[in-house]
Ligand binder design. Sequence first.
Ligand SMILES: *Cc1c(COP(=O)(O)O)cnc(C)c1O
Length: 399
Amino acid sequence: MQTGQTHLFIPGPTNVPEAVRQSMNVPMQDMRAPDFGDLTLGLFSDLKPIFGTETGTVMIFPGSGTAAWEAAITNTLNPGDKVLMARFGQFSTLWVEMAERLGLDVEVIDVPWGEGVPQTAFARRLEADVKDEIKAVFVTHNETATGVTSDVAAVRRSLDAAYHDALLFVDGVSSVASIDFRMDEWGIDLAVTGSQKGLMLPAGIGILAVSEKALEASKTATIRRAYFEFTDMLKLNADGYFPYTPPTQLLHGLRMSLDRIAAEGLDTVVARHRRLAEGVRRAVSAWDLDLVAAHPTLYSDTVSAIRVPETVDARDVLRIAYEDFNTSFGTGLGPLAGKVFRIGHLGDLNEGMCLTALSVAEMALARAGCPVQLGSGVAAAQEWYVRDTRARPSVRLAA
Ligand SMILES: *Cc1c(COP(=O)(O)O)cnc(C)c1O
């Protein structure tokens, strides 16, 4: 018999606020009803500021973030198109694999896990590509496997400096609605996210924001697609409808989650993620452990990937946290399995919750044989949370 809650500190799915959960508890409705469009049109317009776009077009596909990846590629590129990508973690690796499976000519730059997008190598490659043979550049904004956030604006600058016309694809699945994201300012053509991370919803929808240039490209792009066809989607979306049955519950949940983000203020949401993440990082350093992220400029405000000493198996830390202390942390993915555990700190979170995560992590580390001083990380985070009084949300949110 388990008592109390199971704590969820994985980087997606994240905790769903009670108000969002309740908002989805509605009777089934007719997705062709005359007033159904009111719900969806509001979502399309309110998602725009979440992506930082005024000129982009937002589309909501039943599916997950991976579906949005596929929709982005198949609608805007041609078989055999050369694209530039970097591999530095599980998610950037999976995106490369998808691009290859869809028939793109992928030029991959491999980077040690823990680093971010290779700015200099990208810049050089774009500079050398005087015939604009590269049709698209892909950036995983926040590599969730390693806890690394890359500088999308710098990639934009490289494209501009080379007068390069390639489309800019950005995976924002674990950054949109939690880390600063500026589609228009960074000249992003296809921004991708899912519902179960910063948007605090169950998995089930993949969301795309598409630039005018990418929409133009979609008119002639020839990779085969059917379910994900932009044209079908846009035709019905114009009045708030879908070419197939949308997950109406999730759309109601999204309405509530966007309302909550607006009430807190997007800037405050971003600042809160930064503040909470900094507490976690201070705890890791008090434990004398290292993050996978190689440099402070790369630190992610939504997930921390923490290396355990070689004498400890990170899988034991995860198992003990779950079995003994009812707490889920993220596993080490791919080559990081056994070496790393991850604390997801995004979505509906506050200081007390982060302190719970840190406190359980200390106990699990200790039981797994890692010489941490109990309380040291918690105290370091507390110090930070007590001292850092900036940006406390002034808005009191309903439960
Ligand atoms: C979670 C995640 C994905 C995959 O999204 P799904 O919704 O699981 O398909 C892709 N990229 C990043 C960066 C992620 O964090």
